[in-house]
Design a protein around this ligand. Structure first.
Ligand code: TA6
Length: 275
């Protein structure tokens, strides 16, 4: 049955629908697990993840908000002192709605208006998770625009060397070259070294293909998709990731990065396991 529980010492909510299940932590409204069927885990969670002392959880689906990456000066003149990827990854969210039917289970978590470190704070930020037997959908909403956001999903893979993400042809910003703009000609990205790219105007649907299985990632309300793998050297520097942990995941992130978009935030990522 769906309901509240604990994973390690984290207050969590477990959703179940048919053979499918998902686990979300109230700490960060952070998805920790998605299993379309009992033996298949789609989401990577670092075995060395920690959540004490204001540390965001490594792996899962972190919610980045109201900025992505280091804080922009727009948010605060003392931006350098603010955490990477915003302020809600280390907050305790509240469950405000649960719904269970035979076809779907959903839960909405919110962060109440609090003093956010910028001027146009919305009156709420909510993450809704909906689980059906076919897919898991994450929706991040607020009643304001002019804010950045990302669903920073870590996907479990058998080996990063075997992974291919498509369709990604087009312009991207390369964070490994100080944000330099480049163009990718071929539709597929394979991982042979560190990748940290912000693809602009990406398709609504991306496919993460590995030998013998695939995951479809459907996005809405985004203006970019971020692809990340730290590779060997950076993985060693990350204290909450095993040295060889980079072999076991790729991040495919649905992001809204424009700071001139005034439409209320509605960012959606749907994850569908294709077997
Ligand atoms: O989305 C890619 C990225 O912004 C990388 O630059 C990398 O730093 C990663 O996110 C992880 O950030 P974190 O704050 O979780 O260590």
């Amino acid at each position: 049955l769906s309901g509240f529980g604990q994973l390690k010492d984290l207050p969590c909510y477990v959703l179940r629908c048919g053979q499918a299940s998902a686990v979300i932590s109230r700490y960060g409204a952070h998805l920790l697990s998605y299993k379309p069927k009992a033996e298949v885990e789609v989401i990577y969670l670092s075995p060395e993840a920690v959540w004490q002392n204001n540390t965001p959880i490594r792996g899962g689906v972190p919610v980045c908000w109201p900025w992505f990456g280091p804080a922009a000066a727009e948010f605060n003149p003392a931006a350098q002192k603010l955490p990477n990827h915003g302020v809600v990854r280390t907050e305790l969210w509240h469950v405000v709605k649960e719904s269970v039917t035979e076809a779907a289970v959903s839960i909405e978590l919110r962060i109440a208006n609090k003093t956010l470190p910028y001027a146009n704070a919305p009156s709420y930020l909510s993450l809704t998770l909906q689980l059906t037997e076919e897919a898991l959908t994450l929706k991040l909403n607020s009643d304001q625009g002019v804010q950045q956001a990302a669903l920073h999903s870590y996907f479990n893979v058998d080996s990063v060397h075997q992974v291919c993400v498509s369709t990604l042809a087009g312009d991207y910003l390369d964070k490994l070259k100080a944000g330099e703009r480049s163009v990718q000609r071929q539709p597929e990205l394979k991982f042979t070294a560190e990748v940290d790219r912000v693809y602009l105007d990406t398709a609504a649907e991306l496919t993460l293909q590995q030998q013998g299985s695939a995951v479809q990632i459907t996005q809405q309300g985004h203006d970019a998709s971020v692809l990340w793998n730290p590779w060997a050297e950076k993985a060693t520097a990350l204290k909450d990731l095993p040295d060889l942990g980079y072999l076991d995941f790729v991040c495919v992130e649905t992001a809204r990065l424009s700071l001139t978009n005034t439409a209320p935030l509605q960012l959606v990522q749907q994850i569908r396991y294709l077997g």
